[in-house]
Design a protein around this ligand. Sequence first.
Ligand SMILES: Nc1ncnc2c1ncn2[C@@H]1O[C@H](COP(=O)(O)OP(=O)(O)OP(=O)(O)O)[C@@H](O)[C@H]1O
Ligand SMILES: [Mg+2]
Length: 250
Amino acid sequence: MLQLQNISKQYDHKVVLDDINLEIQTGEIVSLLGPSGSGKTTLLNIILGLTTMNRGKVIFNDVDLTNVPMKRRGFNIVFQDYALFPNLNAYDNIVYGLRNKKEVVSEKEIQDYIEFLGLKPHLAKKIGELSGGQKQRVALARTLVTKPKILLLDEPLSALDGVIKESIKQRIQLIAKEFKLTTIIVTHDPEEALTLSDKIVIINEGTIAQFGTPHEIINQPSNHFVEEFILKQLHIKRQNIYNLFGDNYA
Ligand SMILES: Nc1ncnc2c1ncn2[C@@H]1O[C@H](COP(=O)(O)OP(=O)(O)OP(=O)(O)O)[C@@H](O)[C@H]1O
Ligand SMILES: [Mg+2]
């Protein structure tokens, strides 16, 4: 279980996260959903250990990681812009993070991830020769081969469209369930969050507006912001949500 306790973050006296408290169970897919600038990436980077906080604790399986550096937390991230190395081919990008710790994963396991993500035909290609969806899968493979205890994804689907988005979404779900891998996904798209995750954290201006299952958020939005954001501001039509949740949507 991952516990975030009383996390606050300021940049230049501006409060970006204000007293965030959250518990995420092992193997859950949790979306951090909110408008641009609400603090999603900052919270993800605090969990990763990349960004410091002004106050609060990050606790994983009862171990306080607050002062443990990123490298020793055992989490890993797929960044919003993938951050792949353009001068390396797909395979060398995938194994890049293993250069000092080859023992964490066998070549067979690396090949299994490559197979699972459908990357076999693309391994020798340079990053510039890959499509958006292929780059995303390389970024995902590169992170998975490090066997993270928590997988963090910053807007993994936002640059993709239609069928490709759907297929990567399914792969993320399969990975989380197959490996019982706690997965935290930043998104600003309610439909994505509602269809992908076990639970959703709705963030508004650095505070948690609601934390619950998609079903709870649809049926019992706990405040006006949640209702507006989910149903109106991002133009999700009630009919679409009805199609997703059927009779459970009152
Ligand atoms: N390094 C930084 N220095 C100063 N301010 C920052 C820094 N990083 C983020 N901020 C500010 O913190 C706030 C939250 O930023 P954050 O990147 O967490 O938002 P976000 O919810 O991920 O937005 P988006 O959906 O646009 O990616 C914003 O007002 C942003 O300008
Ligand atoms: Mg962001």
